[in-house]
Design a binder for this molecule. Structure first.
Ligand SMILES: Cc1ncc(COP(=O)(O)O)c(C=O)c1O
Length: 432
């Protein structure tokens, strides 16, 4: 299956009459076919992927640490394929993106209760993983493009910060180069929560390879879909050894993750750390290895869809389409923009109007439909949402304005034209 070339949207294709009643107000919707999303079964899975899963089931060996040589297990093969794909020394499969981030942080061996910086715009799993690793999340503001605000980060890099978790949120690369220019001189490690950006790059380098460790998910919504699952990649042997033990490689199993010339660091013993049982199983590993072979094709499709839709909306002055920190530094599985209309809950009204037009959309800061990506909704961090918003006023404002549209890898050119048409139609229906 090849990737169709980029065809920009013909202005007529996405044109709308000057005044058209919005579907939310009783007008005719732009589309009536369901919007393609993974949870409705619209997934990027091939016959070869299915066969790989079936073969693993038929083999009847579901535990990764059985009698077979490490390289003959599905999990061992997946980890070797990850090292080849990313060019890293080590990879470890685990149960989820959340456990991958937690394992990366545990691998750093920070003192318990360390402060760990992360962006205000992220999924609740990021601060959850920081907590799970025994540390305290401290949030950094996002900028007008919903990317990490580097100036705010600089102000928050105090003596007591143990690590920074950057997040490539909704597929947009965080500027890890700018972050490391600040953290490296202070010796502060950077972990990448690259969960939403598997296969995307920053200035030519794969996300996840730019810090001490990169954490990924293979949950159904991600670029590799095994239902649930995750992995981490790193070049740091001691971090990797500790993460492997925490993940559940007990009684000498940690040693199997190291080639003979590349022995595990002597000071890391599998008796020293709690074992959490976050091991990857053989069936999911088999599916993931198969899907990894088509990852680049999937990424190219996402990027094409995003480029087509973003170009179609480039001239719109009443929304600000989210821009990457460098050319091409995004996965493209989500179109995000801020609604610049000053009215109350303008972002929420815009998203609802889009849904009525037949295009899935959510407002991150929706006051009614509480989104888990809005930091003030994390009651485990912020018992008082209003105080949380006051502490991070710019992020709160930008997220209240932000609309998010999922762009499946399977979108057709007509689907992309529908997004452009629906967004333009809703803009035209905004009060002047
Ligand atoms: C930024 C981010 N981090 C972590 C996660 C958690 O991944 P998982 O659901 O595999 O634990 C997600 C899930 O979507 C995410 O978007």
């Amino acid at each position: 299956m090849g990737v169709p070339t980029v065809v920009s949207i013909d202005p007529l294709e996405a044109s709308i009459p000057a005044v058209e009643t919005l579907a939310i107000d009783g007008g005719v919707p732009v589309r009536t076919a369901g919007w393609p999303t993974y949870d409705r079964g619209d997934v990027f899975i091939s016959g070869a992927d299915e066969q790989a899963g079936i073969d693993a089931i038929r083999r009847r060996l579901y535990f990764r640490y059985d009698h077979r040589p490490f390289g003959e297990t599905e999990a061992g093969r997946f980890e070797a394929a990850l090292c080849a794909y990313f060019g890293t020394k080590h990879a470890l499969g685990c149960t989820s993106g959340t456990t991958a981030i937690t394992l990366a942080l545990l691998g750093l061996g920070l003192p318990p209760g360390s402060k760990v910086l992360c962006p205000a715009f992220t999924f609740a799993a990021t601060p959850s993983a920081i907590r799970l690793a025994g540390h305290e999340p401290v949030l950094v503001e996002c900028d007008a493009d919903l990317n990490l605000d580097i100036a705010d980060l600089a102000g928050k890099l105090t003596e007591d910060i143990g690590a920074v978790v950057v997040v490539h949120m909704r597929g947009f690369a965080s500027d890890v180069d700018a972050v490391r220019a600040l953290t490296d001189p202070r010796g502060i490690p950077v972990v990448e929560d690259a969960v939403p950006a598997l296969g995307a790059r920053l200035r030519g380098r794969l996300l996840g390879t730019l810090g001490a460790a990169g954490a990924f998910s293979t949950q159904s919504d991600k670029s590799i879909n095994t239902g649930e699952g995750g992995f981490l990649i790193t070049d740091a042997a001691a971090l990797f050894a500790r993460a492997t033990v925490h993940c559940g490689a007990y009684e000498g199993r940690m040693d199997r993750h190291f080639d003979t010339p590349d022995a595990p660091p002597g000071h890391v013993s599998d008796l020293d750390y709690p074992i959490f049982g976050w091991r990857l199983d053989e069936i999911r590993a088999a599916l993931a290895t198969s899907m990894l072979t088509r990852l680049d094709e999937r990424v190219a499709r996402h990027q094409r869809n995003h480029a087509v839709v973003a170009a179609g909306l480039a001239g719109e002055s009443r929304i600000a389409v989210r821009k990457p920190v460098a050319p091409g530094a995004l996965l493209g599985e989500s179109l995000m923009f801020r609604v610049l209309d000053p009215g109350p809950a303008a972002g929420a009204r815009f998203a609802r109007a889009l849904c009525a037009e037949g295009v899935s959309a959510r407002n991150i800061g929706d006051p009614v439909d509480h989104n888990v990506r809005a930091f003030w909704n994390w009651r485990f961090c912020f018992p008082d949402p209003a105080a949380a918003k006051r502490a991070l006023p710019r992020s709160a404002r930008f997220l209240e304005q932000a609309v998010d549209i999922p762009l499946s890898a399977n979108l057709t050119h007509a689907d992309c034209a529908d997004v452009v048409r629906a967004v333009r139609k809703v803009i035209a229906g905004l009060p002047r």
